[in-house]
Design a protein around this ligand. Structure first.
Ligand code: SF4
Length: 410
């Protein structure tokens, strides 16, 4: 896979050495067991795959390049480039401004943006409407476009099945930038509905089976269907694509459920499946699959707690948290400063959607076993700082030097 010029502040020689060694030993990526960093009274289990993915590195390279070659110009990002607060703050410190927030709310009026300005399209991609708006202003969106190719792959899949006459069901978070972009690209070709989860899939199935009055659909899925969607005819032939960062098991369950649902309504035999359901594989990206598989592999070991590092609005990171929470106490942190002391931690609670502080997260025992992973938009340097802080707080300060020696002298 292509390699990128990632700024030095995001790199970690330690993590790079670990990843390199694991890669050499497991070229086919079959081994999802974690890497054990053993030192002093602490055992750190580091997931086999984590951190910056192809799309994030590509976006960072393009954005930093755009800043370097446009000195003196106003530089904008349509919205957060990736869901990592540190990287976004670095871009803002270099003068880059965000036109919209992550939910599409306007932060800078369009009137103040002109064709002399530079506008960067984030890794999530953008809508066709937004591309048209930029072009109308004389700004070519593809000039500094960081849309991940794995997101474009989803758009291509939606277009393909749309042209084959299927209505596209997008499994994704309706307000997420990537899902909004995918919805826009899909509805250019075919009727499209966004569903958030299995509950919405079950609700949709009630309309496939005509168990609910058609008018109610437009209320139940308000803001999530394409203009002109005709519930009476547009749910008779469907296909599913996903936001690239959803939980693999959810995505599979939703596709299976909708497939069974439509086949049972039409009383269709297995060989007639294609008449009603586009039997495609999921459109999760490789990084989502690798990182989730690595967490599953890590969870086969025993540990006292898990630390998951990433931006709180990061979809892919939140699914790693959900997986860990099924097995052990899990703390979702954005950086090393969240490890306030050996007893107090600041972390994000996915259930209440709020940051909170908890006491007693590090057990008083020897050894302590901690699982660590991070999302696809989290720099390795940040993961290393978290590891270092964990060692410091657990009275294993010297162990960090030992770990560096073992891995960097290798
Ligand atoms: S998580 Fe996947 S789709 Fe998103 S930027 Fe990374 S590689 Fe691309």
């Amino acid at each position: 896979m292509k390699s990128f010029n990632v700024p030095v502040q995001y790199r970690s020689p330690l993590i790079q050495a670990i990843k390199q060694k694991r890669k050499q030993e497991d070229k086919l990526k079959k081994d999802y067991s974690p890497t054990l960093l053993q030192a002093g009274s602490i055992s750190l289990l580091l997931a086999r795959h984590f951190g910056f993915c192809y799309g994030v590195e590509n976006a960072i390279e393009i954005a930093f390049h755009a800043v370097a070659e446009n000195k003196g110009k106003r530089i904008y990002l349509l919205s957060e480039m990736i869901h990592n607060p540190g990287v976004n703050a670095d871009l803002q410190a270099m003068g880059v401004q965000f036109i919209m927030d992550t939910y599409g709310q306007q932060l800078i009026p369009w009137d103040s943006i002109s064709k002399e300005d530079i506008v960067i399209v984030p890794a999530f991609g953008t809508t066709i409407e937004m591309e048209a708006l930029l072009r109308a202003k004389g700004i070519e969106p593809s000039r500094y476009e960081t849309t991940c190719p794995f997101v474009e792959k989803v758009w291509n899949k939606a277009e393909k099945i749309g042209l084959e006459g299927y209505t596209v069901i997008v499994h994704g978070k309706p307000k997420h930038e990537e899902t909004r972009a995918t919805f826009s690209h899909s509805k250019a070709h075919t009727p499209t509905v966004v569903i958030n989860d299995i509950q919405e899939a079950e609700l949709l199935a009630k309309y496939i089976h005509k168990h609910l009055p058609a008018e109610q659909f437009y209320e139940d899925f308000k803001g999530q269907f394409s203009v002109g969607f005709d519930v009476a005819k547009d749910l008779s032939r469907i296909g599913v694509v996903n936001q690239t960062t959803m939980l693999a098991s959810d995505t599979q369950a939703i596709a299976d459920y909708l497939k069974q649902s439509i086949l049972s309504y039409y009383n269709a035999a297995a060989e007639e499946t294609h008449k009603y359901f586009a039997d495609t594989r999921d459109t999760l990206c490789y990084a989502t699959n690798d990182n989730q598989s690595a967490v599953q592999g890590m969870l086969e070991a025993e540990a006292d707690l898990a630390i998951v590092i990433g931006g709180y609005n990061s979809s892919n990171t939140s699914h790693l948290v959900e997986l860990c929470e099924l097995k052990l106490p899990t703390y979702f942190i954005k950086d090393e400063h969240c490890l306030i002391s050996d007893s107090e931690i600041r972390h994000f609670d996915l259930h209440s959607h709020s940051e909170k502080e908890s006491l007693g997260y590090l057990p008083q025992k020897d050894p302590i076993k901690i699982m660590v992973t991070s999302g696809a938009s989290c720099p390795d340097a940040l993961v290393e700082r978290v590891l270092e802080r964990l060692l410091l707080l657990s009275n294993n300060k010297d162990a960090y030097q030992q770990i560096l020696k073992v891995w960097l002298d290798n």
